[in-house]
Ligand binder design. Structure first.
Ligand code: NFS
Length: 658
């Protein structure tokens, strides 16, 4: 059978119910198939992953190879240079960490570039929207704030944060936010990061042929580099975004493809940096452009987000969100998207073809991310509206000349998003005594069993959203409070779990807390770089007291159930190095029972850090995470308190009936 025919057959046997639990995406997959348009799900079905590569048992770092190892007999042979399976896997893993870290830190640097120009007075298109945050971030890294002007503090803050990138020796500024015991462990292990540029450079160097050939030593540099992401580049991205655009607080927002409006000019922005998106918000509110849209016969202009910048804008401004990573091509199948503008990261090249099929103008906007054959309209911080006005104008033209039938899935899921670290502080403690004490108390008394961060991508190799949703349902049922970011947050929003009403799905302790505070059992924090908010919240839990001395003592766990990106590996490694048990789904690039596997999945914990876990099934994942949380509760001596409040639903009903 020809390859083309095989492809068709494989695609046909995959029914939408096996591909996604997102009904809107399923409807669009069916439409795309009727229209003869291929989406990522079908490409995944026709592309068999290389089994050697999937286990990271292949080295292509020089031209003596590529060398393929035998995962059934991993120590049976070595590469041409003599590299062992452990060296090969550690090198590959290191390069994933380096790439993921580079992505987040480059994003952070772009934010910092803009901040510098705003502070210097070289840019008047943007401004500091949250002066209080300038002061609090500055104070957190020992920059004097009392009696000083905002400009002076901001200048010092810029100079300090630049070191996150350029610091040649010594520790990055946000190391000051790390709980002292955790920092002590890092210092002992020699993994406190210097500037990200240095760490990424060294990791790339050490993973080249003939350099570092000790998997433990490579892993150390993986941790150091990843920490330069979590406590460096990602944290800078989040903090500067809050400073320039406002710190999120809860806001109601709609999610799912039903946010598109047939009678409006629909514009989707998809990517990761908020600068483009913020400027589009200004453009779609321009009276001239609104008038132009109306003159074209539209009721208005409808701005919608996707993926991470979408999650960030939803959290900060309540902008509607159309779906997560694996839905970005599917949304174009509606025929209702009049323009899609993208910046950087998680932009599938496949978008170009799908956009062409549905006559949707697709624009790249960032010099770091162009797509062959796709029109590029460069976005500049210095004249932002030149780009974004043009996107809006082109969208209006497309609306006027819409020639294909429009089919918008009629599904919208409202929810509450925008739970920043600062808001959680306020929400639990009130404005006069804002603190994490109530959270810690509820963990100690067992109403809340622990906290889980469930984050990351969707991946066409597994049923879209299913693993996220099942895992989170299981966790909250067991009184584990869930913090979310990125595409995972969107999956749960679509499942209706980002509403206070979802508290009824939580166990008795967690639901009591949610009902008292009026919060959902699942708190959406924003985009993937906003995972840094989880690190800050966890550090505050340690500082507040009663839950141990370091991050590794906390009854917390993390998961990326449907991950696909190298950025996810960097995030996982910085959580592990920070002390968190982190479980990944889908697949893990490793040969089990090798020395490198034992180090990542156990050895690091013995060094005082966290450890990795892997499971495909969401219920298995939940079991592993809850067992870890219980282990930490036991070590803290708070396991007994929990026994007193542990009631299942049957017990509860009995009490209510009595
Ligand atoms: Ni995170 Fe965001 Fe989504 Fe994954 Fe991609 S959009 S940075 S990498 S796929 S969560």
């Amino acid at each position: 059978m020809s390859e083309e025919k095989t492809k068709t057959v494989v695609s046909k046997i995959l029914e939408t119910k096996d591909i996604t639990t997102c009904d809107a995406t399923a409807q669009m997959i069916n439409k795309a198939r009727r229209d003869g348009v291929e989406l990522c799900f079908d490409r995944a079905a026709s592309m068999k992953p290389c089994p050697i590569g999937a286990q990271s048992a292949c080295c292509k770092h020089c031209s003596m190879g590529p060398c393929r190892m035998n995962s059934n007999d991993p120590y049976g042979k070595v590469g041409v240079c003599g590299a062992t399976i452990d060296t090969i896997m550690a090198r590959n893993f290191g390069r994933m960490v380096a790439t993921g870290t580079a992505a987040h830190t480059d994003h952070g640097m772009a934010m910092l570039d803009l901040f510098r120009e705003v502070v210097n007075g070289q840019n008047h298109d943007f401004e500091i929207k949250d002066p209080e945050k300038v002061r609090s971030v500055a104070a957190s890294i020992d920059i004097p704030v009392e009696g000083r002007s905002l400009k002076d503090i901001a200048n010092d803050l810029y100079a300090e944060l630049e070191r996150t990138y350029t610091q040649v020796t010594g520790e990055i500024p946000f190391a000051k936010r790390v709980p002292p015991k955790t920092l002590e462990t890092w210092r002992k292990l020699g993994i406190v990061p210097r500037g990200a540029m240095r760490e990424i450079m060294e990791l790339m160097h050490r993973t080249a042929i003939g350099v570092d050939q000790d998997y433990e030593n490579i892993t150390k540099q993986c941790s150091r580099t990843a920490l330069a992401d979590g406590w460096g580049g990602s944290m800078v991205s989040t903090e500067i975004s809050d400073i320039l655009y406002g710190t999120p607080c809860p806001v109601v927002a709609d999610v799912n493809m039903g946010v598109l409006k047939e009678n409006q000019v629909n514009i989707i922005i998809h990517g990761h940096e908020p600068n483009l998106f913020e400027s589009v918000i200004a453009s779609v509110n321009s009276p001239t452009l609104i008038a132009a849209a109306k003159a074209a016969g539209a009721d208005g202009i409808n701005l919608v987000g996707m993926c991470c910048s979408g999650a960030e804008m939803m959290s900060r401004h309540g902008i509607p969100h159309a779906g997560n990573f694996t839905s970005t091509e599917a949304v174009l199948v509606t025929g209702a998207v009049d323009a899609m503008g993208v910046d950087i990261q998680c932009i599938k090249q496949g978008l170009a073809k799908v956009a062409e099929c549905y006559k949707t103008p697709l624009f790249t906007t960032n010099t770091r991310c162009k797509i062959e054959g796709v029109e590029h309209i460069e976005f500049s911080d210095h004249d932002p509206k030149a780009c974004t006005d043009e996107i809006v104008i082109k969208a209006i033209t497309r609306f006027k000349t819409r020639s294909l039938p429009v089919e918008i899935p009629n599904i919208v899921n409202p929810g509450v998003h925008g739970f920043s670290y600062e808001y959680i502080n306020y929400m639990l403690g009130g404005s006069f005594r804002g603190s994490y004490t109530p959270l810690n108390e509820n963990i100690i008394n067992g109403r809340i069993r622990g906290v889980a961060g469930v984050v990351g991508c969707t991946n066409p190799r597994v049923k879209q959203d299913y693993v996220h949703v099942e895992l989170v349902k299981e966790l909250i049922k067991n009184d584990v409070l869930v913090l979310q970011t990125g595409c995972s947050q969107i999956a749960l929003a679509k499942a209706g779990l980002c509403t206070p009403e979802a508290a009824c799905l939580a166990g008795p302790g967690l639901s009591e807390v949610c009902e008292t505070v009026g919060m959902p059992p699942v708190l959406g924090l924003g985009s993937c770089v906003d995972n840094s908010r989880i690190l800050i919240a966890a550090s505050e839990m340690v500082r507040t007291g009663g839950l141990g001395n370091c991050l590794a003592d906390l009854p917390v766990a993390g998961a990326a159930p449907e991950w696909m990106s190298e950025k996810a590996i960097a995030i996982g490694q910085y959580f592990v190095a920070s002390g968190v048990y982190t479980v990944f789904g889908v697949t893990f690039p490793i040969v089990e029972e090798t020395k490198f596997h034992k180090l990542l999945f156990g050895g690091l914990e013995q060094q005082g850090l966290g450890k990795w876990g892997h499971a495909v099934d969401p219920h298995e994942m939940a079991k592993m995470m809850i067992a870890h949380i219980d282990k930490k509760r036991k070590a803290l001596g708070i396991d007994k308190t929990r026994d007193r409040v542990l009631l299942d639903m049957a017990d509860r009903r009995q009490i209510e009936a009595a």
